[in-house]
Design a binder for this molecule. Structure first.
Ligand code: AMP
Ligand code: ZN
Length: 116
């Protein structure tokens, strides 16, 4: 809801002073505070959308940008094995804990399938 505190809005706006690994007019990226892989980067729209299901056709360009930024960061930052997993948790049962849409870019270890 507009006006409610949101840690990812604060991170994206620079309010927290946390370092950004990438930023443009619509998207920022920063390291996850509790990494679950050697590389664990969050790719976050500046605009607040609580979950993936809160975006609509008017946000297609933004969704494309989020994936394009994930690929750009992966190509730039991952080394000899650029294998990665890109994840969106949407809703509590899927493991979402921060209700501001974000992609997890994970790399640097083996990831099982199906996920837990
Ligand atoms: P999810 O569970 O998909 O909603 O992912 C939220 C992620 O945000 C988790 O991996 C948390 O470790 C991460 N997180 C929470 N607070 C912060 C923060 N202040 N800075 C960076 N990452 C955070
Ligand atoms: Zn937010």
């Amino acid at each position: 809801m507009p006006g409610e505190p949101c840690i990812f809005c604060d991170l994206a706006s620079g309010k927290t002073g946390a370092p950004l690994l990438y930023q443009d007019d619509a998207v920022v990226a920063f390291s996850d505070i509790r990494p679950i892989a050697p590389t664990h980067i969050l790719i976050v729209p500046r605009e607040h959308h609580p979950t993936l299901l809160d975006v609509g056709p008017e946000n297609e360009a933004l969704l494309g940008r989020l994936l394009a930024v994930a690929a750009k960061i992966a190509k730039e930052r991952l080394g000899d094995d650029p294998s990665c997993r890109v994840v969106i948790n949407s809703g509590a049962s899927a493991g979402q804990t921060v209700y501001h849409l974000h992609l997890h870019l994970l790399s640097g270890r083996h990831f099982a399938w199906p996920p837990g």
